[in-house]
Design a protein around this ligand. Structure first.
Ligand SMILES: *Cc1c(COP(=O)(O)O)cnc(C)c1O
Length: 400
């Protein structure tokens, strides 16, 4: 007997099977994983060039090239490639001045790396609610919360309840959908907070025509194997600030001073530099970005059409004023229904279509249980209603 038998619900089962049929209709036969990379371009050639040159590690032309191509693609003045998106967040927070004993505002609804990176600086994450329209941090909830618990003391935002400084705010563009950046930037300005965008999921997404990751003081990207483009493992920091870019490069490369032979380091640095081999893969992937974005948009269209006939749920679309990269396609139940949520996850995975619920909310994780936070009713509600469905760019062939 499995857990569902005791709560078997004919209505939920029937709907779950209709969901399976809708997915099949949109993308074709199972199996389909949640997200797989696609290597249809110059990947083999660039990686081979790397091997042939022997420059596979911390020196080589592909790192510089990947950084300048990322900057050109996003419109950021500078891009600094690093080993992964979590390291990018760690360094962005450090350069924003986050120190031991500080608090940093993050969404309750995010991947655990956003909050983990805060703790790497010795700081404490402080969780905020998100909004239904974007799935990102709510500027309204943020402002209301800060008005009730924080005050400015000599230009510094302080949490009156804990006495700690609140230094930065890190919105995240959930599943690629841009958060309400205008609203969040206004709150950050009023409360003297540095805004860092966790744009790990949103490379290629536009907010009012500008690339996500370029609105805050810094933005961070991930090129993990399940992201829109991959370098195997990798990440980057975007910024328009020359000094921040120089500092980011310096501390991610062991803070070594340039010299023909001497090993001189002027502060504690990190070995966070992206290897040339990974950057070679990244250069080839980035060339295909326009095609990936078209494919993902087509897939969204196919899913939207397939789900149009099923009452009580819909696909998460792009927020008004934004162009999403549609990294992960997401089914959203209109009402919280734990039985139906489980029935859909169970039926789709049984059928060979990999689907997943959204992450556990941060304040529910044991190691963040004591962290400060605002009430998060919207995140709590969404957590029981969202389901990610197969989203690879490769699936769009059927959708076309
Ligand atoms: C993927 C991801 C990260 C971390 O990226 P890694 O490259 O896996 O370290 C950070 N934040 C969010 C929201 C992510 O989805």
């Amino acid at each position: 007997m499995n857990a569902l038998d005791s709560t078997f619900d004919v209505g939920a089962q029937t709907t779950a099977l209709r969901v399976v049929a809708a997915i099949a209709n949109a993308i074709g036969d199972a199996p389909a994983v949640l997200h797989e990379p696609r290597f249809a371009g110059n990947e083999w050639q660039y990686v081979k060039e790397c091997l042939d040159s022997t420059f596979v590690s911390s020196v080589g032309k592909f790192v510089d090239r990947f950084e300048s191509e990322l900057a050109a693609f996003t419109g950021a003045r500078y891009a600094i490639a690093v080993v992964n998106g979590t390291a990018a967040l760690h360094i962005a927070l450090k350069l924003a001045g986050v120190q031991s004993g500080d608090e940093v505002l993050t969404p309750a609804l995010t991947f655990v790396a956003t909050a983990n990176a805060v703790t790497y600086c010795g700081a404490t994450p402080h969780f905020v609610d998100c909004e239904e329209a974007t799935l990102g941090m709510s500027p309204f909830a943020l402002r209301e919360h800060l008005q009730s618990i924080a005050e400015l003391r000599q230009g510094t935002c302080v949490n009156r309840l804990t006495g700690r400084r609140i230094c930065a705010v890190v919105p995240m563009h959930t599943f690629g959908h841009p958060a309400n950046l205008d609203g969040l930037l206004a709150v950050a300005h009023d409360f003297k907070l540095t805004l860092i965008e966790d744009a790990a999921e949103s490379l290629g997404s536009l907010y009012h025509g500008g690339h996500t990751g370029t609105f805050g003081a810094m933005g961070t990207l991930s090129f993990n194997g399940n992201k829109t483009i991959t370098t195997g493992g990798g990440g980057a920091i975007l910024t328009n600030d020359e000094e921040l870019a120089r500092r980011a490069k310096h501390v991610t490369t062991t803070a070594k001073l340039p010299h023909r032979w001497a090993y001189e380091h002027d502060e504690i640095g990190y070995n966070y530099r992206m290897p040339n081999l990974n950057a070679a893969l990244g250069c080839a992937q980035l060339e295909q970005m326009p095609e990936f974005l078209r494919a993902k948009r087509r897939l969204f269209g196919a899913y939207s059409a397939a789900f149009a006939g099923i009452a009580g749920m819909g696909l998460v679309g792009e927020p008004a004023g934004s162009m999403s990269n549609f990294w992960l396609q997401t089914l959203c139940l209109h009402e919280a229904d734990p039985l139906l949520h489980d029935a859909i996850l169970s039926a789709t995975n049984d059928a060979g279509y990999m689907t997943r619920p959204v992450w556990s909310l941060m304040h529910r994780l044991q190691h963040f249980g004591d962290c400060p936070g605002a009430p998060v009713p919207v995140a709590e509600s969404l957590a029981g209603r969202l389901i990610n469905i197969p989203s690879s760019a490769t699936l769009a062939a059927h959708a076309a």
